[in-house]
Design a protein around this ligand. Structure first.
Ligand code: NDP
Length: 295
């Protein structure tokens, strides 16, 4: 069984980004990412903190805009409009979830599509469906695809089952893996909470991807012998023996499933670290497109 090591692959992607940033700087372009956070959700603050630190480490220009939880929709839209107009900012990310009074879909639609490094704007969703290379693809699905490519796991002709149909993971990942070309050409099934006989559907998969949000939901009876399992889940479960009183587990019961697999991602250390690496990669793509630089 191969352990798919997202930490190592993400470091490789970030080192490639470091070299690309140096080359872009030599051409007079400093790629820039703006990260906007509204409110004080601790998990969101931790994610934003690590994004800003990664930017600093790589020599990327970054703007970290922390707004109070009571920020109005109009004020947030005004911040987005400023960032849309700022030539030093090539990528804009508004950390999810915002407070409940904010209409998140409207905020996403307000971001300039060519600065939408999260890939959530309807224009980028359409471009992904159209297999347009200029599409910004959501970072977590991109990270899953990159792990498969890096580990030489053939997707062409493979049966892939994705459990989860969210716009952040399941749906864009399905589009990405069924698109023509490297890391694509798969035969994709997307399952969800209304899927009948889910374990049997999953047992058909050469590559099973869990993006469910339910701790250790996928057990050995979901997995065909020799399958590849990608676990996107990040779930906190209470653990009195842990320092913080909780630990992080995936959507897959690793101990149960791993003996069956040809390869599997751990949680943590699998898909998680890839998401931020692909965000940086998307920011460089945005800077290149906006300055007409070759990739
Ligand atoms: P959502 O809650 O948006 O979507 C969950 C999906 O799982 C839905 O399509 C839902 O079906 C399906 N589902 C829920 N329960 C069942 C069930 N019993 N049987 C079958 N399908 C079910 O979650 P996200 O896509 O945002 O996130 C999924 C997981 O990935 C979470 O653990 C999240 O923390 C993690 N995540 C990790 C990231 C990373 O960087 N590694 C980034 C983003 C998310 P239905 O549509 O019918 O409700």
């Amino acid at each position: 069984m191969t352990l798919i090591d997202g930490k190592t692959v993400s470091r490789k992607v970030l080192e490639e980004c470091r070299a690309d940033i140096a080359a872009m700087k030599a051409q007079g372009v400093v790629p820039g990412l703006a990260v906007v956070i509204v409110g004080d959700n601790p998990a969101s603050q931790a994610y934003v903190g690590s994004k800003v630190r990664t930017c600093a480490d790589l020599g990327l220009f970054s703007r970290h805009i922390a707004l109070p939880a009571a920020t109005s929709q109009d004020d947030l839209l005004a911040v987005v409009a400023d960032l849309n107009a700022d030539p030093a900012v090539h990528g804009i990310l508004v950390q999810s979830p915002p407070p409940p009074h904010i209409d998140e879909a409207a905020v996403v639609r307000a971001i300039r599509p060519d600065k939408d490094v999260d890939g959530f704007h309807p224009e980028n969703v359409a471009r992904l469906a159209l297999e347009d290379p200029a599409a910004f693809v959501p970072c977590t699905p991109l990270g899953c695809q990159r792990l498969l490519i890096e580990y030489g796991i053939e997707t062409a002709g493979a049966r892939v089952v994705i459990v989860g149909r969210s716009m952040i993971v399941g749906k864009p990942l399905a589009l990405l893996l069924m698109a023509r070309g490297k890391g694509g050409d798969a035969t994709v099934t997307v399952a969800h909470s209304r899927t009948r006989n889910l374990p049997a559907v999953c047992r058909d998969a050469d590559i099973l991807i869990a993006a469910i949000g339910r701790p250790e939901f996928v057990t050995a009876d979901f997995v065909k012998d020799g399958a590849v399992v990608i676990d996107v889940g990040i779930n906190r479960v209470t653990d009195p023996s842990a320092k913080n009183g909780y630990r992080i587990v995936g959507d897959v019961n690793f101990a149960d499933v791993s003996p069956r697999c040809a390869a599997i991602t751990p949680v943590p250390g699998g898909v998680g670290p890839m998401t931020i690496a692909m965000l940086i990669s998307n920011t460089l793509k945005a800077a290149r497109l906006q300055h007409g630089l070759a990739s």
